[in-house]
Design a protein around this ligand. Structure first.
Ligand SMILES: Cc1ncc(COP(=O)(O)O)c(C=O)c1O
Length: 463
């Protein structure tokens, strides 16, 4: 009977196969094994002509399809903070799938997200004790914006719906996130976006080039928010959202005192302050979160990426107690917030999160960026000797080298990135003509030397 079934399936499959092949020939003439996947944020045709494929990873290195070890200078995409191939995480994930693959968190529950939330809030700044789980940084952005508006409504302030973002801000790719985001390319193909949104100016001043750490000048740029309050009225503004460090927009550090000033103004006008810590969270800048290190506590803090070391998709929005409490006032049988995702608090993601947190805590990885910061900084700033370098920026284990652009913006950044990957066996990231770096926090000084050496050679030879 088994062989009969196999024969039947085989025939069905081969019949489908023939049919599909005919359709493929007629419709697409597809030949390459890379055609079907439409890659995100990628020049697909350029990539597919010379694919950069990584097939395995361990510690600080990727292994490529053509058999090379490539030093990971970007923690994947700002997420593999504890380094690659962590058995503790993969074992926790495998065990969890076998024990409980899925259970809903809509009107049902399972223990792991409760446990993870309790563990996580031990690391957040004071008061950020409530956690709403999502599956990504983009979902965290939209969740935070929706909760901010719904909070004011719950308090009876129905007019407080306006959202303020910032030029160069990146808050993922959902409609809320791109509306408050300040990157033209991410917005302009997608229609009119959310209404009732305004943007602060990009908070970086010419003259701050080659600053080590946070620029001294520019805190007063936060006062632009006062102009917006004068223009729109505080009674119409729900929240201000910013990244403590601008990531995808080119890696810019906030001027000293700027975030504190934003905090003061938002507090004075009953406007919620949201920090998007999707890249700065989980040890990137020398404490668990940039908010801890910079001494500014937002009302809402968005995270994802390092939460599970990038192994399983998961995000988390941290909220002040007073926000949660505002929703918990009506009849107990009424759902307080009509928002959530099928996979909010997914058991497998939560297991990955718990195992990741074990590693961060046991290996003191949240402190690692601080210990290596000055070595990282000095090594990075030596690259200033290359004439093409326009600026170098750093904080914690974040680094950026901005290049003088050629006639074609982004061309030089791409050349350095590609040369590093193919010729120097190092992975860096390019956003336009800025090379961004954010290595796993397990790195040693020798890895910093290796990365800077690779960059130096690329800067000498690739342009
Ligand atoms: C600051 C910030 N917010 C949000 C996101 C979006 O995260 P995701 O790609 O997981 O949706 C990113 C991604 O890089 C980010 O850097």
């Amino acid at each position: 009977m088994f062989s009969g079934l196999m024969f039947y399936l085989f025939n069905i499959n081969s019949a489908k196969h023939v049919q599909n092949n005919i359709q493929m020939t007629e419709v697409t003439m597809s030949t390459s094994k890379h055609d079907a996947f439409w890659m995100p944020f990628t020049a697909n045709r350029q990539f597919k002509a010379e694919p950069r494929l990584m097939v395995s990873a361990e510690g600080m290195y990727y292994q490529t399809e053509d058999g090379r070890n490539v030093l990971d200078g970007t923690a994947g995409l700002w997420c593999v903070n504890a380094g690659h191939g962590r058995k503790r995480i993969s074992e926790a994930v495998a065990k969890q799938i076998q024990q409980l693959d899925f259970a809903p968190t809509f009107q049902m529950g399972h223990p792991l997200p409760f446990e993870l939330a309790e563990r996580l809030v031990k690391h957040t700044p004071d008061g950020l004790n409530r956690v709403f789980f999502t599956n990504s940084g983009s979902e965290s952005a939209d969740t935070s914006l929706k909760i901010a508006i719904a909070y004011h409504k719950a308090k009876g302030n129905h007019g407080k719906t306006r959202l303020i973002g910032r030029e160069k801000g990146y808050h993922g790719t959902n409609f809320g996130g791109i509306s408050v985001g300040g990157l033209g390319n991410n917005r302009k193909s997608f229609g009119s976006l959310l209404t009732g949104v305004d943007h602060l100016k990009h908070a970086w001043k010419p003259g701050s080039e080659f600053t080590k750490g946070l620029p001294e000048d520019g805190a007063e740029m936060a006062d632009e928010l006062l102009d917006m309050i004068a223009l729109h009225g505080a009674e119409t503004i729900a929240a201000v959202i910013v990244e403590p460090i601008v990531g995808s927009g080119g890696v810019f550090m906030p001027p000293q005192g700027y975030l504190k000033r934003l905090r003061q103004i938002t507090e004075q006008h009953d406007i919620l302050l949201i920090f998007d810590e999707v890249i700065t969270g989980f040890g990137r800048v020398g404490e668990a979160f940039a908010s801890n290190r910079m001494g500014v506590t937002p009302d809402i803090m968005n995270t994802a990426k390092g939460l599970t070391n990038g192994a399983i998709p998961m995000g988390a929005v941290f909220l002040q107690d007073f926000i949660y409490d505002a929703f918990m006032q009506g009849p107990e049988e009424i759902i307080e917030l009509f928002h959530g995702y099928t996979y909010s608090g997914h058991p497998v993601a939560a297991a990955a999160g718990l195992a990741t947190l074990d590693i961060y805590e046991e290996e003191n990885l949240f402190q690692k960026a601080l210990q290596l910061e000055s070595y990282w900084q000095e090594s990075l700033h030596k690259l200033r000797e290359h004439g093409v370098v326009k600026d170098i920026r750093n904080y914690g284990l974040v680094g950026a080298i901005e290049l003088h652009s050629s006639e074609k913006f982004g061309e030089r950044g791409y050349k350095i990135f590609n040369h590093c990957y193919w010729k120097q066996n190092a992975l860096v990231r390019c956003t336009g003509d800025t090379i961004a770096m954010s290595p796993p926090l397990i790195l040693e000084e020798s890895h910093i030397d290796e990365l800077m050496n690779a960059l130096s050679k690329s800067l000498s030879n690739a342009l």
